[in-house]
Design a binder for this molecule. Structure first.
Ligand SMILES: [Zn+2]
Ligand SMILES: [Zn+2]
Length: 168
C-alpha cells in the first residue's frame, strides 16, 4: 500500500476512529466508487437537461429575431423550457449528493453536522454558539451550515471516518 498517498489528516484519523489505516483506505475506495457511480448517473441526466436548455434558448431567439411581430407563445414556451431545465438540474444535483452514504457507518454523508467535524473527522467539536456555528478544536474551523456553508464534506460527520480529500 502506498503510504504517501494517505493525507496526514487521514493518518491522524486512524488514531481516533478506531479503524486501521488499511480499513480506512478500503472505506475511501468504496466511497470514491460510489461518487463515480453518482457522477455517471448525473451525466446521463445532464444530456436531456442540456437539450431542454438549447431548445428553450432556440425558441426564445427565434421568436424574438426571426418573426415579426415576435411570436409570444413561442417566447413563453422557450422561457418555460429554460426554467424547467434549471429546476431539474438543481433538483438532480442536490438529490444525487444526498444519496451518498458513509461505507463505515452507513449514515448519509451530506448531513447536518453530528458528532464529528465534516472537514477533518475529529470529534473535538463544540456545541452551537450564539451564531449557530460550531467550532472544531482540531482543525480550528468555525463551521457554518445552511445556504452559506463555509466548509466541505470530507469526513463522515457521524463516525468521523475521513472519506474524500477533495470534499463536497
Ligand atoms: Zn460514517
Ligand atoms: Zn475539524
Amino acid at each position: 500500500m502506498q503510504m504517501t498517498s494517505i493525507p496526514n489528516i487521514a493518518r491522524k484519523n486512524a488514531e481516533v476512529s478506531g479503524y486501521s489505516l488499511e480499513e480506512l483506505e478500503h472505506f475511501r475506495k468504496i466511497f470514491s466508487a460510489e461518487i463515480r457511480e453518482h457522477e455517471a448517473k448525473a451525466r446521463r441526466f445532464a444530456v436531456p437537461i442540456l437539450i431542454l436548455f438549447v431548445a428553450g434558448f432556440g425558441a426564445v431567439l427565434y421568436s424574438l429575431l426571426c418573426v415579426q411581430p415576435p411570436l409570444i407563445w413561442l417566447l413563453i414556451a422557450g422561457l418555460a423550457l429554460v426554467a424547467t431545465g434549471l429546476v431539474l438540474g438543481t433538483i438532480m444535483a442536490i438529490a444525487f449528493r444526498q444519496e451518498l452514504t458513509c461505507p463505515a457507518c452507513h449514515n448519509y454523508f451530506i448531513e447536518e453536522i453530528q458528532d464529528c467535524c465534516p472537514e477533518c473527522g475529529s470529534s473535538s467539536i463544540g456545541f452551537h454558539d450564539w451564531r449557530g456555528w460550531r467550532h472544531c478544536d482540531s482543525c480550528g474551523k468555525d463551521l457554518r451550515t445552511g445556504s452559506n456553508r463555509n466548509f466541505k464534506y470530507k469526513a463522515c460527520t457521524t463516525c468521523g471516518v475521513f472519506l474524500y480529500q477533495k470534499g463536497l
